[in-house]
Design a binder for this molecule. Structure first.
Ligand code: SAM
Length: 328
Protein backbone atom coordinates (compact mmCIF):
# COMPACT_ATOMS: atom_id res chain seq x y z
CA UNK A 1 0.00 0.00 0.00
CA UNK A 2 1.03 3.61 -0.35
CA UNK A 3 1.02 6.02 2.57
CA UNK A 4 -1.63 8.30 1.01
CA UNK A 5 -4.21 5.50 1.40
CA UNK A 6 -4.38 6.63 5.07
CA UNK A 7 -6.36 9.68 3.86
CA UNK A 8 -9.21 7.31 2.95
CA UNK A 9 -9.22 4.80 5.80
CA UNK A 10 -11.48 4.49 8.84
CA UNK A 11 -11.56 1.65 11.34
CA UNK A 12 -14.11 -1.05 10.30
CA UNK A 13 -14.76 -1.85 13.98
CA UNK A 14 -15.40 1.59 15.52
CA UNK A 15 -15.40 4.04 12.58
CA UNK A 16 -12.48 6.12 13.96
CA UNK A 17 -10.79 8.07 11.14
CA UNK A 18 -7.37 8.21 12.78
CA UNK A 19 -5.28 5.21 11.82
CA UNK A 20 -1.62 4.91 12.75
CA UNK A 21 0.81 3.21 10.38
CA UNK A 22 3.76 1.12 11.56
CA UNK A 23 6.05 0.13 8.69
CA UNK A 24 8.02 -3.15 8.77
CA UNK A 25 9.13 -3.20 5.12
CA UNK A 26 9.03 -0.52 2.42
CA UNK A 27 10.14 -0.91 -1.21
CA UNK A 28 10.19 2.51 -2.95
CA UNK A 29 6.76 4.07 -2.31
CA UNK A 30 5.20 0.69 -1.55
CA UNK A 31 4.71 -0.40 2.07
CA UNK A 32 4.75 -4.17 1.70
CA UNK A 33 4.57 -5.20 5.35
CA UNK A 34 3.48 -3.40 8.50
CA UNK A 35 0.51 -2.79 10.77
CA UNK A 36 -2.37 -0.31 10.83
CA UNK A 37 -3.63 0.56 14.31
CA UNK A 38 -6.90 2.30 15.11
CA UNK A 39 -6.20 5.23 17.45
CA UNK A 40 -9.54 4.78 19.23
CA UNK A 41 -10.29 1.06 19.73
CA UNK A 42 -6.68 -0.07 19.05
CA UNK A 43 -7.73 -2.75 16.55
CA UNK A 44 -4.67 -3.91 14.63
CA UNK A 45 -4.69 -4.74 10.92
CA UNK A 46 -1.73 -6.36 9.14
CA UNK A 47 -0.39 -5.20 5.77
CA UNK A 48 0.28 -8.39 3.80
CA UNK A 49 2.34 -8.14 0.60
CA UNK A 50 1.26 -4.50 0.15
CA UNK A 51 -2.44 -5.18 0.86
CA UNK A 52 -3.91 -3.86 4.12
CA UNK A 53 -6.12 -6.56 5.63
CA UNK A 54 -8.92 -4.76 7.48
CA UNK A 55 -11.53 -7.42 8.07
CA UNK A 56 -13.83 -6.51 10.95
CA UNK A 57 -13.55 -8.24 14.30
CA UNK A 58 -16.16 -10.93 13.60
CA UNK A 59 -13.70 -12.67 11.26
CA UNK A 60 -11.23 -13.12 14.12
CA UNK A 61 -13.65 -15.58 15.69
CA UNK A 62 -12.34 -19.12 15.98
CA UNK A 63 -15.84 -20.35 15.25
CA UNK A 64 -15.69 -22.85 12.40
CA UNK A 65 -18.12 -22.19 9.58
CA UNK A 66 -20.47 -25.00 8.62
CA UNK A 67 -19.12 -27.30 5.95
CA UNK A 68 -22.52 -27.78 4.33
CA UNK A 69 -23.98 -24.45 3.34
CA UNK A 70 -27.79 -24.25 3.26
CA UNK A 71 -30.21 -21.40 2.67
CA UNK A 72 -30.72 -21.30 6.45
CA UNK A 73 -27.00 -20.85 7.23
CA UNK A 74 -25.99 -17.74 9.17
CA UNK A 75 -24.73 -14.62 7.37
CA UNK A 76 -21.30 -15.32 8.83
CA UNK A 77 -21.27 -18.85 7.33
CA UNK A 78 -22.52 -17.57 3.96
CA UNK A 79 -19.72 -14.98 3.87
CA UNK A 80 -17.01 -17.40 5.05
CA UNK A 81 -18.12 -19.94 2.45
CA UNK A 82 -17.87 -17.36 -0.36
CA UNK A 83 -14.55 -16.05 0.94
CA UNK A 84 -13.07 -19.54 0.99
CA UNK A 85 -14.45 -20.37 -2.45
CA UNK A 86 -13.14 -17.12 -4.00
CA UNK A 87 -9.73 -17.67 -2.40
CA UNK A 88 -9.53 -21.22 -3.72
CA UNK A 89 -10.81 -20.37 -7.21
CA UNK A 90 -9.24 -16.94 -7.75
CA UNK A 91 -7.12 -18.10 -10.69
CA UNK A 92 -10.09 -19.77 -12.43
CA UNK A 93 -12.35 -16.69 -12.21
CA UNK A 94 -10.87 -15.00 -15.27
CA UNK A 95 -11.87 -17.96 -17.45
CA UNK A 96 -15.55 -17.00 -17.54
CA UNK A 97 -16.81 -16.37 -21.07
CA UNK A 98 -15.02 -13.43 -22.66
CA UNK A 99 -18.07 -12.21 -24.58
CA UNK A 100 -20.25 -12.12 -21.44
CA UNK A 101 -17.50 -10.52 -19.34
CA UNK A 102 -16.69 -7.83 -21.92
CA UNK A 103 -20.35 -7.04 -22.48
CA UNK A 104 -20.90 -6.41 -18.78
CA UNK A 105 -17.77 -4.23 -18.55
CA UNK A 106 -18.97 -2.21 -21.57
CA UNK A 107 -22.43 -1.74 -20.01
CA UNK A 108 -20.96 -0.61 -16.70
CA UNK A 109 -18.52 1.81 -18.38
CA UNK A 110 -21.30 3.21 -20.61
CA UNK A 111 -23.52 3.82 -17.60
CA UNK A 112 -20.69 5.42 -15.61
CA UNK A 113 -20.11 7.80 -18.50
CA UNK A 114 -16.73 9.07 -17.26
CA UNK A 115 -15.14 11.86 -19.34
CA UNK A 116 -11.96 11.12 -21.27
CA UNK A 117 -9.08 13.22 -19.93
CA UNK A 118 -10.77 13.87 -16.57
CA UNK A 119 -9.49 12.16 -13.42
CA UNK A 120 -11.80 10.87 -10.70
CA UNK A 121 -11.69 9.29 -7.27
CA UNK A 122 -13.22 5.85 -7.85
CA UNK A 123 -14.28 2.82 -5.83
CA UNK A 124 -14.88 -0.78 -6.98
CA UNK A 125 -16.65 -2.85 -4.30
CA UNK A 126 -16.05 -6.58 -4.64
CA UNK A 127 -13.38 -5.97 -7.29
CA UNK A 128 -12.23 -9.63 -7.29
CA UNK A 129 -9.41 -10.21 -9.76
CA UNK A 130 -10.00 -6.82 -11.42
CA UNK A 131 -12.23 -7.62 -14.39
CA UNK A 132 -13.88 -4.17 -14.15
CA UNK A 133 -11.30 -2.32 -12.06
CA UNK A 134 -8.66 -2.56 -14.81
CA UNK A 135 -10.93 -0.62 -17.19
CA UNK A 136 -11.27 2.21 -14.65
CA UNK A 137 -7.53 2.97 -14.38
CA UNK A 138 -7.34 5.51 -17.28
CA UNK A 139 -9.95 7.65 -15.48
CA UNK A 140 -8.50 7.41 -11.99
CA UNK A 141 -6.74 9.92 -9.86
CA UNK A 142 -7.20 7.44 -7.07
CA UNK A 143 -8.96 4.10 -7.46
CA UNK A 144 -9.73 1.87 -4.49
CA UNK A 145 -10.62 -1.78 -4.98
CA UNK A 146 -12.02 -3.72 -2.04
CA UNK A 147 -12.70 -7.42 -1.68
CA UNK A 148 -12.71 -10.01 1.11
CA UNK A 149 -10.84 -12.59 -0.96
CA UNK A 150 -7.15 -12.00 -0.27
CA UNK A 151 -6.13 -14.44 -3.02
CA UNK A 152 -8.20 -12.53 -5.61
CA UNK A 153 -6.53 -9.28 -4.51
CA UNK A 154 -3.08 -10.86 -4.67
CA UNK A 155 -3.76 -11.98 -8.23
CA UNK A 156 -5.01 -8.51 -9.12
CA UNK A 157 -1.94 -6.94 -7.55
CA UNK A 158 0.33 -9.07 -9.71
CA UNK A 159 -1.64 -7.98 -12.82
CA UNK A 160 -1.33 -4.33 -11.79
CA UNK A 161 2.49 -4.56 -11.81
CA UNK A 162 2.29 -4.87 -15.60
CA UNK A 163 -0.23 -2.05 -16.13
CA UNK A 164 0.64 1.55 -16.93
CA UNK A 165 -0.46 4.21 -14.38
CA UNK A 166 -1.48 1.57 -11.86
CA UNK A 167 0.17 3.65 -9.10
CA UNK A 168 -3.26 5.26 -8.60
CA UNK A 169 -4.76 1.90 -7.52
CA UNK A 170 -5.11 0.86 -3.87
CA UNK A 171 -6.44 -2.51 -2.77
CA UNK A 172 -8.01 -3.25 0.61
CA UNK A 173 -8.88 -6.69 1.99
CA UNK A 174 -12.13 -5.92 3.79
CA UNK A 175 -15.80 -6.85 4.02
CA UNK A 176 -17.84 -4.57 1.75
CA UNK A 177 -20.50 -4.49 4.47
CA UNK A 178 -18.03 -2.61 6.73
CA UNK A 179 -15.75 -1.04 4.14
CA UNK A 180 -13.16 0.76 6.39
CA UNK A 181 -13.57 4.02 4.46
CA UNK A 182 -14.27 7.63 5.49
CA UNK A 183 -17.44 9.49 4.44
CA UNK A 184 -18.02 11.24 1.09
CA UNK A 185 -14.84 10.25 -0.74
CA UNK A 186 -15.81 9.05 -4.21
CA UNK A 187 -16.95 10.65 -7.48
CA UNK A 188 -18.09 7.32 -8.90
CA UNK A 189 -18.61 3.84 -7.50
CA UNK A 190 -19.13 0.47 -9.17
CA UNK A 191 -20.15 -2.86 -7.73
CA UNK A 192 -20.35 -5.73 -10.17
CA UNK A 193 -21.70 -9.15 -9.18
CA UNK A 194 -21.40 -8.55 -5.44
CA UNK A 195 -24.84 -7.75 -4.06
CA UNK A 196 -26.43 -11.04 -5.14
CA UNK A 197 -24.45 -12.72 -2.37
CA UNK A 198 -26.17 -10.65 0.37
CA UNK A 199 -28.82 -12.98 1.82
CA UNK A 200 -31.50 -10.71 3.26
CA UNK A 201 -33.06 -7.30 2.93
CA UNK A 202 -31.40 -5.94 6.04
CA UNK A 203 -27.85 -6.73 4.88
CA UNK A 204 -28.56 -5.48 1.33
CA UNK A 205 -29.91 -2.19 2.61
CA UNK A 206 -26.99 -1.82 5.02
CA UNK A 207 -24.56 -2.34 2.11
CA UNK A 208 -26.27 0.25 -0.10
CA UNK A 209 -26.31 2.72 2.82
CA UNK A 210 -22.57 2.23 3.23
CA UNK A 211 -22.09 2.94 -0.48
CA UNK A 212 -24.20 6.08 -0.16
CA UNK A 213 -22.16 7.13 2.89
CA UNK A 214 -18.81 6.97 1.09
CA UNK A 215 -20.10 8.68 -2.09
CA UNK A 216 -19.70 12.43 -2.63
CA UNK A 217 -22.75 14.57 -3.44
CA UNK A 218 -23.68 14.05 -7.11
CA UNK A 219 -21.55 10.90 -7.33
CA UNK A 220 -22.69 8.20 -9.70
CA UNK A 221 -23.10 4.57 -8.72
CA UNK A 222 -23.45 1.64 -11.11
CA UNK A 223 -24.43 -1.76 -9.83
CA UNK A 224 -24.64 -4.96 -11.84
CA UNK A 225 -26.22 -8.05 -10.36
CA UNK A 226 -28.31 -11.21 -10.91
CA UNK A 227 -31.73 -10.40 -12.37
CA UNK A 228 -34.94 -12.39 -11.78
CA UNK A 229 -35.95 -11.96 -15.39
CA UNK A 230 -39.01 -13.42 -17.05
CA UNK A 231 -36.75 -15.91 -18.81
CA UNK A 232 -35.26 -17.12 -15.51
CA UNK A 233 -38.71 -17.48 -13.96
CA UNK A 234 -39.84 -19.60 -16.90
CA UNK A 235 -36.69 -21.70 -16.78
CA UNK A 236 -37.04 -22.29 -13.06
CA UNK A 237 -40.64 -23.39 -13.54
CA UNK A 238 -40.46 -25.45 -16.73
CA UNK A 239 -36.89 -26.54 -17.37
CA UNK A 240 -35.71 -28.22 -14.21
CA UNK A 241 -32.10 -28.99 -15.04
CA UNK A 242 -30.09 -29.66 -11.87
CA UNK A 243 -26.97 -28.27 -13.56
CA UNK A 244 -28.66 -24.87 -13.99
CA UNK A 245 -28.44 -23.84 -10.37
CA UNK A 246 -28.92 -20.09 -10.78
CA UNK A 247 -32.48 -19.79 -12.04
CA UNK A 248 -34.40 -19.91 -8.76
CA UNK A 249 -35.26 -16.78 -6.79
CA UNK A 250 -32.46 -17.65 -4.40
CA UNK A 251 -30.19 -20.63 -4.05
CA UNK A 252 -26.68 -21.96 -3.74
CA UNK A 253 -24.49 -21.66 -6.81
CA UNK A 254 -21.88 -24.43 -7.12
CA UNK A 255 -22.85 -25.50 -3.61
CA UNK A 256 -20.77 -22.76 -1.95
CA UNK A 257 -22.08 -19.40 -3.15
CA UNK A 258 -25.39 -17.99 -1.94
CA UNK A 259 -27.23 -16.02 -4.67
CA UNK A 260 -30.38 -13.96 -4.86
CA UNK A 261 -31.98 -12.97 -8.19
CA UNK A 262 -33.34 -9.42 -7.87
CA UNK A 263 -36.63 -8.21 -9.29
CA UNK A 264 -36.79 -4.74 -10.77
CA UNK A 265 -39.08 -3.51 -7.97
CA UNK A 266 -36.80 -4.89 -5.31
CA UNK A 267 -33.89 -2.93 -6.77
CA UNK A 268 -35.98 0.26 -6.97
CA UNK A 269 -36.96 -0.05 -3.31
CA UNK A 270 -33.40 -0.77 -2.24
CA UNK A 271 -31.96 2.24 -4.04
CA UNK A 272 -34.66 4.63 -2.86
CA UNK A 273 -34.48 3.46 0.78
CA UNK A 274 -30.70 3.92 0.82
CA UNK A 275 -30.92 7.48 -0.52
CA UNK A 276 -29.98 7.04 -4.20
CA UNK A 277 -31.88 8.44 -7.14
CA UNK A 278 -32.17 5.76 -9.79
CA UNK A 279 -31.60 6.69 -13.40
CA UNK A 280 -31.87 3.57 -15.47
CA UNK A 281 -32.00 -0.22 -15.42
CA UNK A 282 -30.89 -2.37 -18.31
CA UNK A 283 -30.71 -6.13 -18.75
CA UNK A 284 -27.32 -7.62 -19.66
CA UNK A 285 -26.32 -11.00 -21.03
CA UNK A 286 -29.22 -12.52 -22.91
CA UNK A 287 -29.29 -15.92 -24.65
CA UNK A 288 -27.98 -14.06 -27.71
CA UNK A 289 -24.62 -13.50 -25.99
CA UNK A 290 -24.66 -16.80 -24.14
CA UNK A 291 -25.30 -18.77 -27.32
CA UNK A 292 -23.65 -16.72 -30.06
CA UNK A 293 -20.68 -15.21 -28.15
CA UNK A 294 -19.13 -12.04 -29.57
CA UNK A 295 -21.64 -11.78 -32.45
CA UNK A 296 -24.59 -12.15 -30.05
CA UNK A 297 -23.01 -9.56 -27.73
CA UNK A 298 -22.78 -7.06 -30.62
CA UNK A 299 -26.50 -7.46 -31.38
CA UNK A 300 -27.36 -7.24 -27.69
CA UNK A 301 -25.37 -4.01 -27.37
CA UNK A 302 -27.11 -2.50 -30.38
CA UNK A 303 -30.50 -3.23 -28.82
CA UNK A 304 -29.49 -2.24 -25.29
CA UNK A 305 -30.93 1.27 -25.29
CA UNK A 306 -34.38 0.08 -26.30
CA UNK A 307 -34.61 -2.10 -23.16
CA UNK A 308 -36.54 -4.77 -25.11
CA UNK A 309 -34.09 -7.50 -24.18
CA UNK A 310 -34.31 -6.85 -20.43
CA UNK A 311 -36.96 -9.58 -19.76
CA UNK A 312 -34.56 -12.14 -21.26
CA UNK A 313 -31.45 -11.00 -19.40
CA UNK A 314 -29.35 -12.85 -16.96
CA UNK A 315 -28.00 -9.80 -15.16
CA UNK A 316 -29.13 -6.21 -14.73
CA UNK A 317 -27.23 -2.93 -14.42
CA UNK A 318 -28.71 -0.17 -12.32
CA UNK A 319 -27.28 3.31 -12.60
CA UNK A 320 -28.01 5.80 -9.89
CA UNK A 321 -26.66 9.00 -8.39
CA UNK A 322 -26.41 10.85 -5.10
CA UNK A 323 -28.23 14.16 -4.65
CA UNK A 324 -26.48 17.54 -4.46
CA UNK A 325 -25.38 18.73 -0.99
CA UNK A 326 -28.53 20.94 -0.75
CA UNK A 327 -30.85 17.99 -1.40
CA UNK A 328 -29.14 15.66 1.10
C1 SAM B 1 -18.63 -12.68 -8.76
S1 SAM B 1 -17.17 -11.97 -8.12
C2 SAM B 1 -17.14 -10.43 -9.03
C3 SAM B 1 -15.77 -9.82 -9.07
C4 SAM B 1 -15.67 -8.56 -9.91
N1 SAM B 1 -16.53 -7.50 -9.43
C5 SAM B 1 -16.03 -8.87 -11.34
O1 SAM B 1 -17.07 -8.42 -11.81
O2 SAM B 1 -15.28 -9.59 -11.97
C6 SAM B 1 -17.72 -11.43 -6.52
C7 SAM B 1 -16.59 -10.85 -5.71
O3 SAM B 1 -17.14 -10.23 -4.56
C8 SAM B 1 -16.38 -10.61 -3.43
N2 SAM B 1 -17.26 -10.52 -2.25
C9 SAM B 1 -18.42 -11.20 -2.02
N3 SAM B 1 -18.96 -10.82 -0.85
C10 SAM B 1 -18.14 -9.86 -0.35
C11 SAM B 1 -18.15 -9.07 0.83
N4 SAM B 1 -19.14 -9.19 1.74
N5 SAM B 1 -17.15 -8.19 1.02
C12 SAM B 1 -16.15 -8.06 0.12
N6 SAM B 1 -16.07 -8.79 -1.00
C13 SAM B 1 -17.05 -9.67 -1.24
C14 SAM B 1 -15.88 -11.99 -3.72
O4 SAM B 1 -14.72 -12.31 -3.00
C15 SAM B 1 -15.61 -11.91 -5.23
O5 SAM B 1 -14.31 -11.50 -5.50
Amino acid sequence: MQENLLDYLACPNCGCEKIELQISKKEGQEISFGTLICCDCFSRFPIIGGIPSMLPRIYESEEKSETNLTLESSIYDIRKSEMLFRDTHATGYDNISRAQAQLEIDYVMDELNLSQGKKYTLLDLGCGTGRVLLSLIPYAQNLIGIDFSLESLRLLKSKLRKVENSGSVHLIHVDAAQPALKNKLFDAIVSVQLVQSFPDEETRLALLKQIHRVARPQASFVLSTFYYSLLKQLRARYIKNPEDDIYEREGLHLGHLYYHNYSSKELNDLFIKSGFKTLRKRGVNTPLTRRYGVVGAKIEKLLKWSGILTPFSHWITVSAFVETEDEM
